[in-house]
Design a protein around this ligand. Structure first.
Ligand code: FAD
Ligand code: SF4
Ligand code: SF4
Ligand code: SF4
Length: 414
């Protein structure tokens, strides 16, 4: 019988679903995340799924190329404002369409869209649809099928831009290994903090806004990029509601890292060097002005010569090189995939409460509310003290890891 990655290790990339030639692996939604499930009556025990699983193969970064990191933003205001950071992804998507038309090739972009109350990977073939992929969606997309569909487009000679979480982009590359196609693929992953437990959002929706028809966004720039975390949705009656992070315990828990997928507490993709073409994220270092900071700035790391040239050739992008220290300080997920063991306690407690759907207690633990939830019981106080302590220990741990990585990067030659 095939043995896939364990529940604790599995990233949910769903590569095993696309790899199985007998449709014996199906995605299953369990405890807020997607996991593969094997139908043993269909399975012929070829073990192809086992051989391809990125976790079982052990994540291997073979790329040694390293350019300077760049702070980047789009010169087109509408493209920048609709994006989560500086709009690099949107510019890259437009660039692909333009290049494809010059080279007389068809083009498509693979990315994540919001579909009602969930998110999913989708392929778009029209420039006008790029906006559907724009913006960060803080949920894990169910990616099964996307690898095979992308291969079909490559076989038809398309220029493809594939974007997603690092574990999904790695899965795409492993899927294409040794496959023949006439098209061309560019890959772009994000700096990834981890994916949150979908049950948090379900509980938040059920109790806070049951008339939700469609999620619109998870962050925006209405109050400036620094205060971007807000949950916006359309109600059944067509009106639009915006909840800042203080009112959404889903966003609070995500930001605090208490309810992420288990593998995201020890992620092998949290590295500077990667196998993808581009890595993108938020640039929190010094920018030219407060105004630029307000509008959002992308951090872009190109991982090969082709990617660096694409970045430098793009006429609608403004970019300048930044120091490693400045970008690493604001982005620990570029050098540390491990979260300290102390997270295990809050994660365990939150998980138990989610299983029992204890909304009011969760709300007390995850927000700053001080009103009585369980009258005179103050058992939640140790939890709060523990989490304050946790933040302190983690910042020390990060500082230690940062010093270590900066020592290495001093010796990097550009
Ligand atoms: C779960 C998650 C965690 C992140 N954590 C960090 C972090 O810790 N630090 C940091 O600097 N940046 C993080 N990012 C990336 C950041 O939020 C921006 O997406 C990034 O800066 C790109 O911004 P942009 O303006 O260039 O493009 P945008 O238009 O904002 O980004 C769109 C791109 O993101 C992809 N995308 C959006 N949601 C998802 C999703 N759920 N799964 C896979 N791909 C998705 C789209 O396909 C598209 O490629 C995270 C993103 C996600 C989805
Ligand atoms: S291929 Fe991906 S989804 Fe399947 S077991 Fe491995 S990590 Fe999990
Ligand atoms: S062993 Fe082969 S047939 Fe069975 S689930 Fe894996 S890939 Fe499919
Ligand atoms: S933290 Fe790592 S394992 Fe988790 S979603 Fe991001 S890339 Fe995948």
């Amino acid at each position: 019988m095939p043995k896939l990655a364990t529940v604790d290790q599995c990233t949910g990339c769903m590569l095993c679903v696309d790899v199985c030639p007998h449709d014996a692996v199906v995605p299953q939604y369990k405890n807020g995340f997607y996991y593969p499930s094997i139908n043993y009556t269909k399975c012929v025990e070829c073990k192809l799924c086992e051989k391809k699983c990125p976790v079982l193969k052990k994540v291997f970064i073979k790329n040694e190329y390293l350019d300077k990191p760049f702070a980047v933003w789009s010169k087109v205001p509408l493209r920048r404002i609709g994006s989560s950071s500086g709009g690099f992804f949107t510019e890259l998507a437009y660039y692909c369409f333009e290049q494809a038309s010059v080279r007389n090739m068809p083009c498509c972009i693979v990315g994540v869209i919001i579909q009602g109350k969930s998110v999913e990977h989708r392929i778009i073939e029209k420039k006008e649809d790029i906006s559907l992929l724009q913006g960060t969606k803080y949920l894990q997309s169910e990616a099964s099928g996307i690898y095979e569909q992308t291969l079909q487009f490559l076989r038809k000679g398309y220029l493809v831009l594939f974007s997603g979480l690092p574990c999904q982009v790695d899965a795409m590359q492993l899927f294409l290994d040794k496959k023949q196609y006439s098209g061309e693929i560019l890959t772009c992953d994000v700096i990834c903090n981890g994916v949150p437990d979908g049950r948090l959002l379900e509980l938040d929706i059920g109790n806070n806004f049951p008339d939700l028809k469609q999620i619109i966004s998870f962050r925006d720039k209405l109050k400036g990029w620094n205060k971007c975390l807000a949950f916006t949705y359309e109600r059944e009656n067509g009106s639009i509601c915006r909840l800042p992070i203080e009112q959404s315990f889903f966003l609070k828990a995500f930001k605090a890292n208490y309810a992420l997928r288990k593998c995201c507490y020890k992620c092998s993709y949290s590295t500077i060097k990667r196998n993808t073409d581009f890595t993108i994220g938020d640039y929190w270092g010094n920018t030219y002005s407060v105004e630029e900071q307000f509008k959002g700035v992308s951090l872009v790391i190109s991982h090969n010569v082709r990617a660096t040239e694409i970045l430098k050739k793009n006429q609608t992008l403004f970019f300048y090189p930044v120091l490693w220290e400045e970008c690493l300080r604001g982005n620990p997920r570029l050098y540390s995939g491990k979260r300290i063991i102390q997270y295990a306690i809050p994660r365990f407690i939150i998980n138990r409460l989610l299983n029992q759907r204890r909304y009011s207690i969760l709300k007390r633990l995850l927000t700053d509310e001080t009103g009585a939830v369980s009258e005179k019981r103050y058992w939640w106080i140790p939890f709060k003290i523990w989490t304050i302590l946790l933040k302190h220990i983690e910042s020390k741990y990060r500082e230690y890891k940062l010093k270590k990585i900066l020592n290495t990067y001093k010796n990097e030659k550009y």
